[in-house]
Design a protein around this ligand. Structure first.
Ligand SMILES: Cc1cc2nc3c(=O)[nH]c(=O)nc-3n(C[C@H](O)[C@H](O)[C@H](O)COP(=O)(O)OP(=O)(O)OC[C@H]3O[C@@H](n4cnc5c(N)ncnc54)[C@H](O)[C@@H]3O)c2cc1C
Length: 388
């Protein structure tokens, strides 16, 4: 087997898979090297929320353009992504109402189907929600959730049909550089050559960066998620982010409810840690909060809990673009929100690599240089960090 390619992608999470799909669609001969198995990192633990409400306009645009994939998956990619339309509600404390209005107006300019709705309209959409602590919420009828592992596998199956090669159980151990340019990687399965190497190693991205002398400012963000039993008689409700009590949730099929917290999870664990230990009193805190918003959940029970990890840069936004030696690219540190934006991010990265600039969405502000120049990403009507 020839081990010479046009591009090497490190990591078979959803980001690496989207890159493999888009690069191979443009005719590049790519290999994806994965140290464990497909979706064994953050992707396999993702809650899969698909929403477009962001306070940073370019992230809302990434989510909106990616939504076109999720809603038309079969035609655009092939296979299935498991998209389920439930609608999406963004709930903010009253003090953030003006910011939320500003964000909704910005999102409408992008063409996103979103609006501010009153607390009584929320009651119509989610009759079992308490609504006495806010006057308005932002609502997206088209949003919902998808299956991140299925999404990744469909990207990879289509990439393989387009000529891409996937090699699992293959850990990248070093990156070869000659004359200031990358020319390949060393792995537990031998040496692979390519003039382009893309770091799509998620939470391990900083380790890969060190292989080319880059100090990527990123910590490990650990995130605990619970599946709760859906009480009999709980009426329909949309996926939601509730910043007023720092949690989010969504239906999972017809018999479960997925829920998680935005606060007080572990930080800076070893990227490869396998531990499924949750933060102190995670489940007690989660149940208290979800019952605040959905009192009927008092009749629920815990089905299961899982723990996942993603890479978190200081501004809690992904890192995209060239960095370090010629031919080396970053697409990592997706900050606990990168599943829903991965389709168009993979396409924009492909344009950056093959055409010299991202075109579908201008993601140049996500460049690694922002850390040195102090141009950290911040929304026009910023709510503050999502992960507290
Ligand atoms: C619990 C949880 C819930 C989330 N919920 C949502 C959500 O609701 N909506 C949303 O949009 N986003 C969500 N996210 C974020 C989203 O899932 C991630 O941003 C996204 O999956 C990251 O994908 P990735 O490909 O960058 O990284 P990963 O999926 O972590 O993939 C990186 C891969 O690189 C491999 N790798 C690492 N080092 C090497 C090496 N040396 N050699 C070869 N391979 C290597 C790893 O094994 C891994 O498979 C969530 C994240 C978590 C953890």
């Amino acid at each position: 087997m020839s081990q010479t390619y046009d591009a090497i992608i490190i990591g078979a999470g959803v980001m690496g898979a989207s890159l493999a799909f888009h690069l191979s669609q443009r005719g590049s001969k790519v290999v994806i090297l994965e140290k464990k198995t497909v979706a064994s990192g953050a992707t396999g633990h993702s809650s899969g929320l698909i929403r477009m409400h962001y306070d940073l306009q370019v992230e809302a645009q990434l989510a909106f353009e990616s939504y076109q994939y999720f809603a038309n998956w079969k035609e655009k990619v092939g296979g299935d992504c498991g998209f389920t339309r439930t609608g999406f509600l963004q709930i903010e404390p009253r003090a953030n109402e003006a910011k939320m209005r500003g964000n909704v107006e910005n999102q409408k300019k992008l063409g996103i189907n979103t609006s501010m709705i009153s607390a009584s309209e929320v009651k119509e959409i989610a009759p079992d929600f308490t609504t006495d602590d806010f006057d308005f919420a932002a609502y997206e009828p088209d949003s919902g959730y998808a299956d991140a592992t299925l999404t990744t596998n469909s990207f990879l199956e289509s990439a393989k049909r387009q000529g891409a090669t996937l090699i699992q159980d293959c850990e990248v151990t070093g990156i070869q550089i000659s004359g200031g340019k990358v020319n390949g990687v060393t792995t537990t399965k031998g040496v692979f050559f390519a003039p382009i190497v893309i770091n799509a190693a998620g939470n391990w991205g900083a380790q890969i960066g060190k292989m080319v002398g880059l100090e990527i400012p990123m910590v490990t963000w650990t995130h605990d998620v619970a599946f709760l039993v859906r009480p009999k008689g709980l009426r329909p409700f949309p996926a939601f982010i509730d910043d007023s009590i720092a949690m989010y949730g969504r239906p999972e099929g017809s018999s479960l409810v997925l829920a998680a917290l935005e606060e007080d999870s572990f930080r800076n664990e070893e990227p490869g840690v396998e531990s499924q230990k949750t933060a102190p009193e995670f489940i007690e805190r989660l149940i208290e909060k979800i019952c605040q918003r959905m009192p009927k959940m008092e009749e629920s029970g815990v089905h299961s809990i899982h723990v996942g990890r993603d890479g978190l840069p200081p501004d809690q936004r992904a890192i995209f673009g060239p960095a370090g030696p010629d031919g080396f690219y970053l697409a990592c540190g997706l900050s606990g929100t990168g599943f829903k934006t991965s389709p168009i991010a993979g396409r924009a990265m492909t344009e950056w690599i093959l055409d010299g600039a991202p075109k579908s969405v201008d993601i140049s502000s996500f460049h690694f240089d922002r850390f040195a120049s102090g141009k950290l990403l911040k929304g026009e009507h910023a709510y503050g960090n999502i992960w507290k």
